[in-house]
Ligand binder design. Structure first.
Ligand code: SF4
Length: 97
């Protein structure tokens, strides 16, 4: 049986076709400022969400389209995240298990 690769190496073989326009948006960025737990940052294995200088930065080009952030935001956060799949022809292509 082959050894399991760490997640960083497995993500490294995936291919992304990035749209300039983000498929992940916020209904109101002020909701994120008041979001105590910011669970989107914690649940995303691809580190799409980052808190920088008092605002949520979304690196949509790294999105794995899992949808965990949407559930976390709406169940544990302030519900600001508007989650959609990327437009046809854009997004992630998985290449490893
Ligand atoms: S969990 Fe939702 S409301 Fe909280 S910081 Fe993330 S996107 Fe904003």
């Amino acid at each position: 049986m082959a050894a399991k690769l760490p997640i960083s190496e497995r993500l490294g073989v995936d291919a992304y076709t990035s749209d300039r326009e983000s498929h992940l948006t916020l209904s109101d960025p002020a909701l994120c400022v008041g979001c105590v737990r910011k669970p989107c940052i914690l649940v995303c294995p691809a580190k799409v969400y980052e808190w920088q200088e008092g605002r949520l930065v979304i690196h949509h080009e790294n999105c794995l389209e899992l949808g965990a952030c949407r559930i976390a935001c709406h169940q544990l956060g302030n519900g600001a995240l508007v989650w959609e799949f990327p437009k046809a022809g854009f997004g992630v292509s998985f290449r490893h298990g």
